[in-house]
Design a protein around this ligand. Structure first.
Ligand code: FE2
Ligand code: FE2
Length: 189
């Protein structure tokens, strides 16, 4: 079976009720779609993998990645999808190293979307539409700012991708803009 976005979304909603988890999933999906298009890759596949990457996290934080593997195996998802999904937790909750370009992008932008979100929410506009790369960079070394967004993972990912960090931040912002409304970053009304 080839999973569709509909399959992924219905599983996501089945296992996730928290708004922040759903917004994170939508953010990562949008950025994955954007990077797939830059790389001339399969936009739908990259998007689905992004959407579902943290499937188990809300209910099974202690079994993060391994529970997603189990759920998706039971759902008969293809092994290459499952492998890519669990590789986002490389060195943290999985020993599957990102190898494919899609896996490297997922690994890198997962934490970065959190840092971008936090950077938007401290702006007076609360809008991603006027966020610049340099305001994200300024937050980089502020340890207490978005402490959950692991900068080392992002930097390691950028090296794996062989891309400049500013380029990755820029493209991540562009990807997130496409779903700004749904992820609550379109500014105050
Ligand atoms: Fe995760
Ligand atoms: Fe994540």
């Amino acid at each position: 079976m080839i999973p569709t976005r509909k399959n992924a979304l219905s599983l996501l909603m089945q296992y996730n009720k928290g708004e922040s988890h759903i917004k994170h999933a939508l953010s990562v999906e949008a950025v994955m779609r954007h990077f797939a298009s830059i790389n001339n890759e399969d936009i739908e596949k990259w998007g689905i993998i992004g959407l579902i990457h943290d499937l188990d996290y809300e209910q099974y934080p202690e079994q993060h990645c391994s529970m997603t593997r189990k759920i998706l195996e039971d759902e008969k998802w293809p092994e290459d999808y499952i492998r890519s999904i669990v590789s986002h937790g490389w060195g943290i909750c999985s020993d599957t190293e990102p190898v494919h370009i899609m896996e490297k992008v997922l690994y890198t932008i997962d934490e970065l979307t959190g840092l971008v979100t936090a950077s938007v929410l401290v702006r007076p506009s609360k809008s991603i539409f006027d966020l610049e790369v340099r305001s994200v960079r300024k937050k980089w070394n502020l340890k207490n700012f978005a402490a959950g967004a692991n900068r080392e993972v992002i930097e390691k990912g950028a090296i794996m991708m062989g891309q400049d960090l500013n380029f990755i931040i820029e493209e991540t912002i562009i990807g997130m803009k496409t779903v700004a409304e749904n992820i609550g970053l379109a500014g105050e009304k």
